[in-house]
Design a protein around this ligand. Structure first.
Ligand code: FES
Ligand SMILES: [Fe+2]
Length: 371
């Protein structure tokens, strides 16, 4: 038996470009992905995938979560079909037991000790933070980074969480989460594109080695349903959208001191073209939170369903035509920047490399658009 059973789907370095019906998805392995909520992982293992590679999540005897590659190194049965037993994950076939870093701690019936070191299962580093299980993308690696902070931005914030799976790549899902021009069409009336006049606003777009942000200026309170509920008295909006590698999308709105609304979406690529989104909405406003929270969930889900439907159509079309072929304009503000960050990270290029004059540690440009 060899030392470890690498997850073939993830076994590419520094990151693979893979085909799917002629399509290619960029893979980012060096990063944390929110693969589950804490309450989903108990004694019974939970099977999740990352870029199609199956992972068995379980809790050991200390209550710590382990993420093992879901293939028993003995006879390749999925460990997720087993159970957490005496502090380790027990395979359902012959009962080999593995601790949370993939070390085999028992072979039932084996009388002669020794050889334990050779009996290993591949594993992913795990952090459990604020009710979420973060799994590091590259197996058998001790990460040098920590998962993103998902705590509220301050005291007295309400919180709503929702999980949605989008039938799109991490890139197309991230673009969708942060794309302004589609909101007036796809989500007409919900937060932009109401009956009022359209507004001309300016966006300042910045990009550094690991993130890109669009700051919007001059945006009055939108006329849609969501905005009317949240800020009945109007005012000027302070709004920014941000993407952080490998898959964090942040939409942040403030209306004066009365309202702050932040949607932090953690994207995890379950498959090349299937992305799990954990949306954490934090809000502080004048209306009582107990009044607003029950409204936010259904409205958010309606928006997500519309987005999921359009991403499904996009992915199906890209598949049918055997690849992507996009034409963009300058108001496709963050999509191109996100793509650039992902391509660069996927190619394993150092973050401070500057191959082009406009590709320095920070980069800025202004865009005018009508919302
Ligand atoms: S296949 Fe897992 S113990 Fe044999
Ligand atoms: Fe949307």
């Amino acid at each position: 038996m060899t030392a470890s059973a690498p997850n073939a789907a993830l076994d590419a370095s520094p990151s693979a470009v893979v085909g799917l019906g002629g399509m290619r998805a960029l893979r980012l392995l060096d990063g944390w992905y929110a693969l589950a909520a804490s309450h989903e992982v108990g004694a019974k293992p939970l099977r999740r995938t990352l870029y199609g590679g199956p992972i068995a999540l379980f809790r050991d005897g200390e209550g710590q979560v382990g993420a093992l590659i879901d293939r028993c190194p003995h006879r390749n049965v999925p460990l997720s079909g087993g159970r957490s037993e005496r502090g380790a994950l027990e395979c359902p076939y012959h009962g080999w037991r593995f601790d949370r870093v993939g070390q085999c701690v028992e072979v039932p019936g084996l009388l002669r000790p020794g050889g334990e070191q050779a009996r290993r299962c591949g594993h992913h580093a795990v952090r459990e933070r604020q009710g979420l299980i973060f799994v590091y993308g590259r197996p058998d690696t001790e990460p040098t980074t920590e998962p993103p902070d998902v705590a509220p931005p301050g005291p007295r914030y309400g919180e709503v969480r929702r999980v949605v799976e989008f039938p799109g790549s991490l890139w197309s899902t991230a673009e969708n989460a942060l794309d302004v021009p589609h909101t007036a069409y796809l989500h007409r009336g919900l937060f932009r594109g109401g009956s009022g006049p359209r507004n001309e606003i300016e966006a300042v777009v910045v990009r550094d080695a690991t993130s890109t942000t669009a700051h919007y200026h001059g945006e009055p309170r939108p006329g849609g349903l969501v905005a009317r509920i949240l800020a009945p008295s109007g005012g000027e909006v302070a709004h920014f959208d941000r993407f952080e590698l490998p898959g964090v999308a942040i939409v942040d709105y403030r209306l004066g001191d009365d309202l702050h609304f932040r949607v932090l979406t953690l994207l995890a690529p379950l498959e090349d073209f299937r992305t799990r989104a954990t949306a954490i909405v934090h809000f502080r406003l004048r209306l009582p939170h107990w009044l607003v929270a029950p409204l936010l969930g259904p409205i958010a889900m309606r928006i997500f369903r519309q987005d999921a439907t359009i991403l499904q159509a996009q992915t199906a079309t890209v598949t049918r035509f055997g690849g992507e072929a996009y034409i963009s304009t300058e108001i496709d503000i963050l999509g191109a920047q996100i793509r650039r960050l992902i391509e660069r990270a996927a190619a394993g290029r150092p973050a401070d490399e500057q191959p082009h004059a406009d590709d320095g540690p920070t980069w800025e440009r202004r865009v005018r658009l009508r919302t």
